[in-house]
Ligand binder design. Sequence first.
Ligand code: ATP
Ligand code: MG
Length: 567
Amino acid sequence: MRQQRLLNPTLRDVPGDAEATSHRLMLRAGLIRQLSSGIYSYLPLGLKALQHIQTIVREEMDRAGAQEMLMPALHPAELWKASGRWDVYGPELMRLEDRNGREFALGATHEEVITTLVKDEIHSYKKLPVTLYQIQTKYRDERRPRFGLLRGREFLMKDAYSFDRSASGLDASYQAMFNAYVNIFTRCGLQFRAVEADSGAIGGTDTHEFMALADVGEDTIVHCPSCQYAANLEKANGVIANESTSSTNVPHAQPTKVHTPGVTSIKQLSQFLTTKPQQIIKSVAVQADGAPVIVLIRGDLEINEIKLKQVLSVDEITMLSEAEIKALGSIAGFIGPVGLSTVKLLADTSIRGLNNAVVGANEADYHLQHVDVQRDLGALTYVDVRNVGQGESCIHCGHELAFAKGIEVGHVFKLGTKYSESLGASFSDENGISEPMIMGCYGIGVSRVLAAVIEQHQDERGIIWPNAIAPYSIHLLTVQVKDEAQMTLSEEIYHTLTSAGYSVLWDDREERPGVKFNDADLLGFPLRLTVGKKTSERIIECKERRQGDVYELNVEQLLTHCQSLFN
Ligand code: ATP
Ligand code: MG
């Protein structure tokens, strides 16, 4: 391709609201343009990169035995009503009406459509298992579309759905998709972790999210630098040092009331008593499906609502009001476990073994000091209901856990029979008995992957494409396009390389060399070849974008050199 004619409007400055690095670079390098909030056009170079990702996704899906198909983006509301999601999906689902007032949704995901299709077309165990996928545009009216392609309202997704006759069949289908995802993200050049995620449902089944590590990521992941353990913060478990120690055999001072007027927060209390938040036990009063519960947790840590819901097997957790706390015989801001026998107590394992701790005294303006958990609080029910904190160690190998920010690029999920039951997708087994199909669903944010790749591969000068994704492998620059010899040699090189199968963008624009070099760094193709001063000697300059190495090469050596770089 000759750059002179390419639609590639590069920019020096980008709008101030483009916060994410990938978003800024994609605008500057002329890869995308915004049509409306969260809605983008792909210009030629952006589309090429996106297509390279799609090719990788297709190859790995096909290799895993999945079959490609394509479903509509426009879904009749009846399907979503049948699954119950018309009401529960909420405002993220884009809804519209046709001329006759019939309701439709723009597909945010395709469980309803695929399950209905499979229900109509597959009836026997003989046709199972089957995994179907598509690469298709999805619509979600995100509350905060931002970061360019990272969170769009119209975006490209690969979604796959597996249908099995047994739980062990689902395990195999899931594992095949999991492995395909590892291959896809590795080939895209992403640094990623597959993390255990929360399935939302109580007692939920397996689900993993694939997280590309990047500071701009909106998810926090907890991982062990020593073993394979990695999980979302909502799901992660860790071990706190004091959990396993207990020093009740050392005699301590007895619990003593201390006057703490108006001191209700952990921060205030820790300053007032000059004690660390780690020595304070927070008593959090909640209503769990209507019943009051007091959760005890170390002062520096936070309750994880998802874990708490699972531990209590409830759907809803709200905070108790001041009046409700009073009715329990305590007072807001000064709640504590000592002497509060009427209400269910639950202790996070972070307080196990604590001594010389501070708790609320269930009396306005008073706390209790010198509390020894084992001695003074008696037999408690210990559970893990906290967000893992700094300094905790791995439950598998004991190494200190690390925290990182991640972009969710993919998600694999064991759905079970939720949709096959509500939409009636069943098969008959060898004995003619009808059973619901067991499903899995598997998504990849294809356009989000593109942005994630750029987040991880860039420097202050521009993008540094991984070879597999780069819109073009080689950027050929002619310094003086008015110089006939330079143009002739460039043409020869262009021909040689493209005939050998390399993709080449030829910068034949009548621009100052500085502009061309800057644009080449910004566009970031793996290899830049410059035809200039040494044209008569048939010597060109090479620059590898990633390493930054600059060296000269005789044109005759070029093909061998490219082979060693790209193959
Ligand atoms: P998120 O928590 O980021 O909103 P999600 O849990 O809603 O993601 P899924 O419903 O599992 O996402 O969708 C499958 C994949 O689609 C995600 O793993 C992600 O890569 C991608 N994706 C989801 N929402 C968007 C979006 N608004 N823009 C771009 N990609 C998205
Ligand atoms: Mg979402």
